[in-house]
Design a protein around this ligand. Structure first.
Ligand SMILES: [Zn+2]
Length: 168
């Protein structure tokens, strides 16, 4: 069985920065494989394009440019805001506004999103709304472990159940 739309795919992979020899970002080695339903929009399109047609046991190694992954780093996604918007009862919680901290935020319509603190001034902070992996070229090395039919519940939920997926 080859990888094609609506098949469940389990892979073990190591993600590095730029090339196979780059800094490791994450890896499934030694843990559960990554499980996903192919072709339903869960994964980066270029990731799926590189796996299309492979079968269990096949190995892969390919790069994806930042623009085709999490996007280029966007300077305009850095936003300066007044520090006092983080006050609770007139006080900014200790340790909240430190460079690198990822803050959960809610806008006026109730949408949730995240931003990282990138600069702290006297009465302002700069928030970085870029995806943490923006501007990073990705390189994947790994092996296809399993290719199988998705069952109807998996297709309805849009995710894999059991090994490599949701346990519920
Ligand atoms: Zn489910």
């Amino acid at each position: 069985m080859t990888i094609e739309p609506n098949k469940v795919v389990l892979v073990h992979y190591t993600l590095t920065e730029g090339t196979a020899e780059g800094d490791q970002i994450e890896s499934t080695q030694g843990g559960e494989p990554l499980g996903f339903i192919f072709g339903v929009g869960m994964m980066i399109p270029q990731f799926e394009a590189n796996l299309s047609g492979l079968k269990a046991g096949d190995e892969f190694a390919f790069g994806i440019k930042a623009a085709d992954a999490y996007g280029e780093y966007d300077e305009s996604a850095l936003v300066e805001v007044p520090k006092n918007m983080f006050e609770t009862d007139g006080k900014i919680p200790d340790g909240l506004l430190e460079i690198g901290n990822v803050l959960p935020l809610t806008d006026q319509e109730g949408n949730h999103f995240q931003a990282a603190v990138s600069w702290v001034g006297l009465d302002k902070v700069k928030l970085d709304f870029n995806h943490p992996m923006a501007g990073v070229d990705l390189f994947f090395t790994g092996k296809v472990e399993t290719v199988r039919e998705a069952d109807p519940t998996e297709l309805a939920h849009g995710h894999v159940h059991g090994n490599g997926g949701h346990h519920h």
